[in-house]
Design a protein around this ligand. Structure first.
Ligand SMILES: Nc1nc2c(ncn2[C@@H]2O[C@H](COP(=O)(O)OP(=O)(O)OP(=O)(O)O)[C@@H](O)[C@H]2O)c(=O)[nH]1
Ligand SMILES: [Mg+2]
Length: 455
């Protein structure tokens, strides 16, 4: 019954958490006053889509901070809006990078903490620690006293941070080629993890957690665990914003996005039916805001990487023909129009009256169902469209990476081959200083090895 139609997470307490539990809203809900409820929920929806999220990426000089800033935004290093990366010191001042699809999500590329005379207190003043919702603290080698000093300073200021050991692809490749008979990827990873934890503990940090990553294959290693931890640490609106902005690197990421979008369907449906509703051509008894619904369905496609731009980019970066990727789509339309939404509403209205009956059993939403078929039809249309988009997004991942043995792990990131990437001439911004990009010095070979970027 109702439990089949609605996600189990749609409990009264969850809804009230999202709404801020205002008495007026509760009363309007209980009275089944859809226009009043919708007017109040419009601002909730607006802030859900526009809440600002600032993420600081700090750590050792050359540890891959800028590469991460690009990869987490679904970009390689050569995009016009990418952060500069390279083998000489690149990032000298805190620099904000807006997410290309969600400009409310800002990733800050921070200067490295490598200097021998590093002073954590001065550094946090310089980078304005207060502005970040959370930080990532990167190293590509061992964690040092500087990392620990910075970590303590961040903790003192009440901020959340996550320790990341980058470039593990380099360590794995070195171990595989140098000790092939005894090579075990799991063992290499656990040695790195144990070493990182021990060093941080030796510097006085309690119970440190370290996530192992390769920026060239972002969906692999500990990215899923890191993503889960970062998501868990955010309050509801910021969590949603962050999830929407994440690159579609793996099935678990898609599932998390889908769950968050599903959780908010009732909110979109309420606003679409209660604020500015107009009759839908060809769908009797249904009135709603078609513009808002078009925007929402577009939003599903953008977040799940099914918009035209994302698909073309994916084809370009994986070398898969676009028509092959498009074959993976059950719904090949990459642009959502009001006519398409009206058509879907027509399909959903078929069994809307039975669905409306189910709605009556759902806490809070019950009275809204009594207002007519619109809410049930719109809710059902959104739910079906989202499910279809998620299936398409999963198929696109499989189609784009047919040879990947592990369907849960997709690759993201691209080696930088831009002007700075091969710049060993000592003329870069680092005052002529060059440094190794990886702990084993095999980066150049790996960079030529064709890392893959997902949109
Ligand atoms: N193999 C490998 N190379 C990486 C990885 N992350 C970054 N690199 C390379 O390491 C070099 C330095 O990366 P950047 O992203 O510029 O490092 P950064 O921390 O921003 O450096 P600064 O801003 O100068 O402190 C570049 O050549 C990157 O391509 C990774 O996970 N694996
Ligand atoms: Mg940098």
């Amino acid at each position: 019954m109702a439990s089949e139609a609605f996600p189990s997470g749609l409990s009264q307490s969850k809804m009230l958490e999202l709404l801020g539990d205002t008495r007026a809203l509760k009363e309007a809900f209980e009275a089944g006053d859809l226009p009043a409820v919708a007017a109040m929920l419009q601002s909730t929806l607006h802030s859900l889509e526009n809440v600002r999220l600032d993420i600081g990426v700090t750590g050792g000089t050359g540890s891959g901070k800028s590469t991460f800033v690009n990869a987490i935004r679904g970009l390689g290093d050569e995009d016009p809006t990418s952060a500069c990366t390279g083998v000489v010191e690149m990032t000298m001042a805190p620099t904000p990078y807006l997410h290309p699809k969600y400009p409310n999500v800002i990733i800050w590329d921070l200067p490295g903490i490598g200097a021998p005379a590093f002073q954590a207190d001065k550094y946090v003043q310089r980078v304005l620690l207060d502005r970040y919702d959370f930080l990532l603290l990167l190293t590509s080698e061992s964690f040092t006293a500087n990392h620990a000093r910075l970590a303590r300073e961040i903790l003192q200021q009440g901020k959340r941070f996550y320790c990341v050991r980058s470039k593990v692809d380099v360590d794995i490749a070195a171990s595989r080629s140098r000790r092939p008979s005894s090579f075990s990827e799991e063992r290499v990873l656990s040695q790195i993890r144990d070493d990182c934890v021990q060093r941080l503990e030796a510097e006085g940090l309690k119970d440190p957690k370290v996530f192992l990553l390769s920026m060239f294959e972002l969906g692999k290693y500990d990215f899923d665990l890191l993503e889960e931890a970062m998501v868990r640490g955010l309050e509801s609106h910021k969590r949603h914003a962050f999830l929407m902005a994440l690159p579609n690197v793996s099935k678990p990421t898609l599932e998390r996005k889908a769950a968050s979008l599903r959780k908010h369907i009732w909110l979109v449906a309420t606003v679409a039916c209660g604020a500015n509703p107009s009759p839908v051509p060809g769908v009797p008894e249904v009135a709603c805001d078609l513009f808002l619904l078009t925007h929402s369905l577009e939003g599903y496609r953008h977040s799940l990487g099914l918009d035209q731009h994302s698909l073309i980019r994916l084809a370009g970066h994986t070398g898969r023909p676009l028509h092959k990727i498009l074959e993976a789509l059950h719904d090949p339309k990459t642009k959502v129009t009001e006519a398409l939404v009206a058509e879907r509403l027509g399909q959903a209205s078929g069994d809307a009256s039975a669905f409306s009956q189910e709605l009556l059993n759902v806490p809070i939403l019950g009275p809204l169902a009594a207002c007519g078929l619109s809410f049930a039809t719109v809710y059902r249309m959104l739910r079906t469209s989202l499910d279809m988009a998620v299936r398409d997004a999963e198929n696109v991942l499989l189609q784009a990476f047919p040879d990947n043995p592990d369907p849960d792990c997709k690759l993201l990131g691209e080696p930088d081959q831009g002007p700075q990437g091969g710049d060993l001439s000592g003329t870069g911004a680092g005052g002529g200083q060059t440094r190794s990009a990886g702990s084993t010095g095999t980066t150049a070979a790996l960079e030529g090895g064709g890392g893959i970027r997902v949109w």
